[in-house]
Ligand binder design. Sequence first.
Ligand SMILES: C[S@@+](CC[C@H](N)C(=O)[O-])C[C@H]1O[C@@H](n2cnc3c(N)ncnc32)[C@H](O)[C@@H]1O
Length: 257
Amino acid sequence: MADARVAETAALFDRSAAYYDRVNTVICMGADLRWRRWAARRALAAVPAREPPASGAGKFPAPHVLDAFGGTGLVALELARRGADVTLADVSPGMMRIARGRAERRGLSLDLVATDLTSHPAGELPGAPYDAITLAFGLRYVDDPAELLRGLGAALAPGGALVVLEAVVPRGGLVAALAGAYFFDVAPWVGALLAGRGELYAQLTSTVRALGGAAEVLAHVRAAGLLTQERRLFAGGVVAGVVARPASGMVTSPASI
Ligand SMILES: C[S@@+](CC[C@H](N)C(=O)[O-])C[C@H]1O[C@@H](n2cnc3c(N)ncnc32)[C@H](O)[C@@H]1O
């Protein structure tokens, strides 16, 4: 593992794995599951069209998707449920243990890789290159987001797309102010109460503040040499969703954020 910060993050998520999903869903009032479904749908919609199988026999190969910083598998399992062949990579064995158990219970298959994605290029993971890559709530954990995104872009097959979901500092009017007050002041307190410990929620707000707003996420995407194809804001602007492609794979023009 590359550095002390990554080791600390892995240990924090190992300690938090047992309650991570449940507490998140309570503090997000269930909306987090909708954001993750959006990410899975967009990733699969972005998969390049394939040649029909020779002589019309057999099935189309399943799209191969990497769920980077995949944690307990909420996005990965949604992808697998929709027929993708999924590699989940994460630095926390504790989080991935939850993903494995859940996959087994649902009769789904995930290829789990325990690794630090800031020091292990995604392009060298088993199964690369990928038709699509999802990165949900992981960007804020790295020192150099553009560098991480550049590495993920390099692990895409031609025509493939990267879908990023991230909590951000909301900017704008009253709705953004209210959403920000809930996210930064109320949610960490509720999370700490439900989990019985506050460390994960203190880190959630400090890492989001350090990452900045949706504009900063888009700037990292651009700095990584990726072009934004779609951008969305959820929950009053507290969560940003971005679909991006390496410049050569660009298909349509961006919507407004
Ligand atoms: C907030 S969780 C998000 C998990 C999942 N994507 C989701 O939507 O619930 C962040 C995840 O990133 C992982 N992570 C943090 N730093 C990492 C790194 N350098 N390499 C790989 N995974 C990392 C953590 O272990 C944790 O599971």
